[in-house]
Design a protein around this ligand. Structure first.
Ligand code: ATP
Ligand code: MG
Length: 267
């Protein structure tokens, strides 16, 4: 399929965002990303604009709890889909190493070929083992999408699962199985965000490397201190903080609109 590509000048005011788009388009051409993944990314970008395209304090709070949960877990698993593999393959591997987690490919629009390609990308970035390709033989109860197929050595037995750009149904199903679910999702109102145990409202391109860095730093903390981070964590409060952050930010922006709009002097 012919896909138009562009070279983005560094001076472009939306350089970063456009580079990320190009990376997804590349992933699409390589058979890693599905068209629906491109649409999902667009929805994420909208929320990223609202939070100011930076990691906000409530997201950092959630990431500290997420790092603690992953470090304390017996069987942590990082679930990877096409968008995540296209955007942050190296950071996924780094995070998995930092918390001793397994990496598993899990796709809503599953094809064996795509699962295999995603595993190859992760391996090229240093992953030693990638589950969910030839061994997706267990099933998550009550789920009907292809995402119900999981590895019996991975998500099926995991106590903590990290998901990103996840679907609400599956997040709920994982919670019903008694798992701690960490979600990275730019939309604080999605069903995934509401169903997760810990919701990191941030872009995966910022959140996964930051989470790896935090996990590496928190690794040496005593278990009791990690447990207390988790115990005092309140996801509903953190999601409320995100909404209040956006509300306050929009209110401030609304005050300075006159200075920021284009005015040529004539209407
Ligand atoms: P839900 O099923 O949880 O209600 P949804 O149906 O609205 O969510 P999905 O397409 O199932 O959305 O999931 C994609 C989610 O990932 C969206 O909430 C979107 O905002 C988010 N998202 C997209 N791109 C990114 C990104 N780069 N980083 C973090 N989150 C993202
Ligand atoms: Mg959905």
């Amino acid at each position: 399929m012919g896909v138009a590509r562009v070279e983005i000048p560094r001076s472009h005011p939306r350089y970063e965002s456009l580079v990320i788009r190009e990376r997804l388009v590349e992933g699409f051409v390589e058979g890693i990303v599905v068209p629906q993944g491109l649409i999902a990314h667009g929805r994420g970008e909208c929320f990223d604009y609202l939070i100011g395209e930076r990691t906000i304090e409530p997201a950092l709070k959630a990431m500290r709890a997420a790092a603690a949960a992953l470090l304390l877990a017996k069987h942590p698993v990082i679930s990877v889909n096409g968008n995540v593999a296209a955007l942050v393959p190296g950071d996924v591997v780094r995070l998995a190493k930092a918390v001793n987690a397994k990496i598993e490919v899990n796709l809503f629009y599953r094809s064996e070929e795509r699962a295999r390609r995603i595993a190859e990308v992760l391996k090229a970035h240093g992953a030693e083992e990638v589950l969910g390709v030839d061994d997706a033989t267990a099933t998550i109860p009550e789920l009907f999408s292809e995402r119900r197929r999981v590895s019996p050595r991975g998500i099926y037995v995991a106590d903590v699962v990290l998901v990103a750009l996840e679907d609400g149904d599956r997040t709920e199903a994982l919670r019903r199985m008694g798992k701690t679910v960490i979600a990275i999702d730019l939309n604080p109102l999605s069903r995934t965000s509401l169903a997760a145990s810990i919701t990191v409202v941030d872009n995966v391109v910022r959140a996964v490397p930051k989470l790896a860095e935090l996990a590496e730093a928190m690794k040496t903390e005593p278990e009791d201190s990690l447990k207390s981070v988790l115990k005092t964590y309140d996801n509903a409060e953190v999601l409320s903080e995100v909404l209040r952050y956006v509300e306050a930010r929009l209110r401030e922006l609304s005050k300075t609109m006159r200075e920021r709009v284009w005015s040529s002097g004539s209407p």
